[in-house]
Write a protein that binds this ligand. Structure first.
Ligand code: ATP
Ligand code: MG
Length: 420
């Protein structure tokens, strides 16, 4: 019997995992600078949490969730996204009572969606996201967007663009909703079953439909832009002002509708504009969700956040043909020749590692040449050779791989020499 990795998932192998670590380090250091603290929530939650927050009319809830009944007969779901759990935790742990508001959080971890596998779309993928909860200052919207852009820039991406929209407040959305229902109702029979269900529940979702994308009524649908009330427009203007101050360019797209039900006001996506990138160009999506905490039984707590997958970030880097030049390397590779040298080498490598030197030696009893090849492949800065003579003299041959210089060094002086 042959076993395979489940469809839509992947093993992150050692020649790639270092890149993940690199991205994770960038994420942590950027979040540190912006004062976002990490939160870790469970991989699964009560199914109802996602139904309530992500929304019954979304693809995620209708088609993509990994839901199971546990032995206690409770319906549980592997988390398809991060915001619901973070806000659940915010409410449950009464973070609204923290002295410092807004509460600024970030997470990284696997998310699960039953999707059709294609490039950039997996059934298990890792999202990095941030949530700033407790403030409705437009400056925090700009801060969150800037943070996302900073992560991409620090990772080395340059072909990216920010697309921005405002969904307005409840009042604006309601009048837009009425207009949408009036617009689609006469021809709703020509739309897919999903859209027919969406008409009453959440007609905004129709605009996001992947099946009926080409229907002529999509083009002429009433635009949210025309339904923003005064305070919503003023809010949007301020967000744009702050982005200008931050020096962040954006493209306004009145048709940008985020896939989740709970957004209002600011909505944004960051896309790759690289020619090498496939059909899916969205790297990051986010927005404001002022009613979410209340929706799950908490006090009013306006929030804004985003999520990006690390898979798509790495794909975008590949598309731009960018790679980090500083691949992982070793400080020392220890070549040993013969049993006595191996024993001595084993003792020595322990000391090197104790002193924080990244070190490797041969465990395959290979010839000198093969060991030197390993040293090359592993990008060792130094090679230490121990043969029979060296064992007897208590010395080693120390080779600097950068300039090819080799010299004999006493075992006792070796650490000093390497520290130089
Ligand atoms: P899409 O329209 O591509 O399905 P979405 O609206 O479902 O995106 P969000 O729920 O907003 O995406 O998730 C935010 C980000 O998470 C996306 O911009 C993308 O980077 C990433 N993402 C979403 N689904 C997947 C997936 N199946 N595989 C890899 N990354 C994903
Ligand atoms: Mg999706």
């Amino acid at each position: 019997m042959n076993f395979k990795v489940p469809r839509g998932t992947q093993d992150i192998l050692p020649d790639v995992s270092w890149k993940w670590q690199r991205v994770e380090n960038i994420i942590q250091s950027v979040c540190d600078v912006y004062n976002y603290k990490e939160i870790r929530t469970p991989i699964f939650e009560q199914t109802e949490l996602f139904q309530r927050t992500v929304g019954d009319t979304t693809d995620i809830v209708q088609k993509e969730m990994y839901t199971f009944t546990d032995k206690g007969n409770r319906s549980m779901t592997l988390r398809p996204e991060g915001t619901a759990a973070v806000v659940r935790s915010f409410v449950e742990n009464k973070m609204f009572g923290y002295a410092d508001q807004p509460v600024k959080l970030f997470y990284t971890g696997p998310m699960f969606r039953y999707e059709r596998q294609q490039a950039g779309r997996y059934r298990q993928f890792v999202q990095f996201g941030v949530e700033a909860i407790g403030s409705d200052d437009p400056a925090i919207d700009a801060e969150v967007i800037e943070l996302a852009m900073t992560v991409y820039k620090r990772a080395g991406l340059s072909d990216i663009k920010l697309v921005l929209n405002s969904l307005g407040d409840k009042e604006s959305r309601n009048s837009h909703r009425e207009a949408l229902i009036a617009h689609f109702t006469p021809h709703i029979g020509e739309f897919c079953q999903d859209c027919q269900n969406r008409l009453e529940k959440n007609p905004l979702r129709i605009l996001d439909c992947k099946v009926d994308r080409e229907h002529p009524l999509m083009e002429t649908a009433p635009s949210l832009a025309d339904y923003l009330n005064e305070s919503s427009s003023a809010y949007f203007e301020k967000v744009k002002q702050y982005l200008d101050i931050a020096g962040i360019e954006y493209e306004y797209d009145p048709n940008l509708v985020r896939g989740l039900d709970y957004y209002n006001h600011t909505a944004f996506e960051i896309m790759s504009t690289s020619k090498g990138f496939g059909a899916i160009t969205t790297l990051c999506g986010g927005g404001r969700y002022n009613g979410l905490a209340e929706e799950i039984g908490g006090p009013p707590a306006p929030g804004i956040g985003f999520a990006m997958s690390i898979e798509r970030l790495l794909l975008a880097l590949e598309a731009e043909e960018k790679s980090w030049t500083d691949e992982p390397s070793l400080d020392v590779y220890l070549v040993t020749l013969g049993d006595a040298a191996r024993t001595k080498g084993f003792e020595l490598i322990g000391k090197l590692r104790e002193n924080g030197l990244r070190s490797e030696m041969d465990y395959m009893d290979r010839k000198m040449k093969a060991q030197m090849k390993s040293a090359d492949r592993l990008h060792a800065n130094y090679v230490i050779v121990i043969g029979e003579d060296e064992v007897n003299e208590n010395t080693v041959q120390l080779k600097n791989m950068a300039d090819g210089q080799q010299k004999k060094v006493s075992m006792d002086d070796l650490l000093e020499e390497l520290k130089k």
